[in-house]
Design a protein around this ligand. Structure first.
Ligand code: C2O
Ligand code: CU
Length: 449
């Protein structure tokens, strides 16, 4: 039917080709890693017929989209092994952007995502300002392997730090090449689908124009030297191909110190050799290669000066709240406001239509990327510095020892939502809470709508 997107999605064990000459036992959506991209248009009605062929319970979360609670893939709303269910939601106007989907079973999210269950979602506007540029989706993941090329067992140190793999994948591949011609402008949609890794995207010698984030485009392009990407964040970037014929340029991530203890990346080109002891901490690492063709150098076209209107949320009269993040590396206690996640407890009660200002306070030694289900929010201040312009976000890094304030309007259906750290080991250890929105008239909250 026009305007309806109906797809079948299955999660099942799979043999993945990740490392040269090795096969890794993992999981996959429809047999692919990353899973199939869900391409949507604003106004679509989406029906996903999901089948769980894993030997364990799972579910699917549509990260960043305003999906009603019953289809939101909440941590306790699971599909048993062998079971099926339908997820159904609308894609409202104004949501054009880059999103992703992944499992969310409490306690097992990190392990299932690490085994391979991730996929991207692209939402287009009927008429967007950037349609003329060739586009690439870039899903960034990482993993850690044992000598046989199998996914390494999780240690308590991994849990505490948030495990970063020492091998980084671009759309499931190691250091791929992307042909490009001088004078082009390319549009990239980056998705950080890694369990714990942060990226600082950088293209040596090239200007990057950051044009969008989690909830879609900014008001206008912003030129940047690096584009940061915390776990679960997305970034849209326009790249001007200002290189010359035959140039090879490495799109890389600069090192980001998030306060964790045991992380590092191995050179992907040395993976064929078995010696992987050289994972270097705190060094830049390559993502993919821009391989310039023979075209004569020429000046790229101008970029649009305006992308769309992003009005700032009105916050007068907003309800203030404070969420404090704490961690204990020895006891593996990761808490928000002194409590670990309990699916039977409501931590924050509010109402449909309310606007709130949340101050997110990180009292820990590590950064924690905060994510809220159901609503896009706007960052107001980071570390006391006002955000330069309004943008729609669903995930924001809270640097260690700092505070970040956000504004959110609960302009969606009533019901239960969760918010959590998107370092998935921390989420699994309980750095998550429950928000319950009651209907505008009050009365009985709808737990399942
Ligand atoms: Cu990416 Cu609670 O999710
Ligand atoms: Cu965390």
């Amino acid at each position: 039917m026009p305007g309806t997107v109906e797809v079948a999605l299955g999660a099942a064990p799979a043999s993945l080709s990740l490392l040269p000459g090795k096969t890794t036992a993992g999981y996959a959506f429809n047999g692919a890693y990353p899973g199939p991209t869900l391409d949507l248009t604003e106004g679509d009605h989406v029906i996903v017929r999901f089948k769980n062929d894993l030997p364990e319970p799972t579910n699917v979360r549509w990260h960043g989209l305003p999906v009603p609670p019953a289809s939101d893939g909440l941590p306790d709303d699971l599909v048993p092994p062998g079971g099926s269910r339908t997820y159904e939601f609308d894609v409202p106007l104004g949501t054009a952007g880059t999103y992703w989907y992944h499992p969310h079973p409490h306690g097992e999210t990190a392990s299932q995502i690490t085994k391979g269950l991730v996929g991207a979602i692209r939402v287009r506007a009927k008429q967007g300002p950037l349609e003329g540029f060739a586009e690439h989706l870039v899903v960034l993941t990482d993993n850690k392997f044992d000598r046989d090329g199998q996914i390494a067992a999780l240690t308590n140190m991994d849990r505490a730090d948030g495990r970063e793999g020492d091998v980084v994948f671009v759309n499931g591949r190691l250091h791929p090449r992307l042909p490009i011609e001088p004078g082009e402008v390319r549009r990239f949609r980056f998705v950080n689908a890694s369990a714990s890794r942060y990226y600082l995207l950088h293209v040596p010698g090239h200007a990057m124009f950051h044009v969008g984030t989690d909830g879609g485009l900014f008001g206008a392009p912003v030129e940047r030297y690096v584009v940061p990407l915390a776990p679960a964040e997305r970034a849209e970037v326009l790249l001007k191909a200002t290189g010359g014929p035959q140039d090879e340029v490495t799109v890389e991530s600069l090192a980001f110190d998030r306060g964790a203890m045991h992380v590092g990346v191995v050179d992907p080109d040395r993976l064929a050799a078995t010696d992987r002891a050289e994972a270097s901490e705190h060094a830049a690492f390559p993502l993919f290669e821009l391989a310039y063709g023979d075209g004569a150098p020429k000046a790229p076209p101008a970029l649009p000066a305006v992308l769309r209107k992003v009005p700032a949320l009105a916050t007068t009269g907003a309800t203030p709240r404070t969420l404090t993040f704490t961690e204990n590396m020895l006891t593996l206690d990761f808490k928000i406001n002194g409590a670990a996640y309990d699916h039977g407890r409501v931590d924050i009660r509010s109402r449909v239509g309310a606007t709130e200002v949340w101050t997110l306070v990180n009292q820990a030694e590590m950064d924690h990327p905060f994510h809220l289900h159901g609503f896009q929010f706007q960052v107001l201040e980071r570390g006391g510095v006002p955000e330069p312009f309004p943008a729609w976000k669903d995930t924001v890094n809270i640097p260690r020892g700092e505070r970040v304030s956000i504004a959110v309007k609960f302009d969606g259906p009533p019901g239960k939502r969760v918010y959590h750290c998107h370092i998935l080991n921390h989420e699994d250890l309980g750095m998550m809470g429950t928000l319950l929105l009651e209907g505008p008239q009050g009365g009985e909250p709808l737990l399942r709508m």
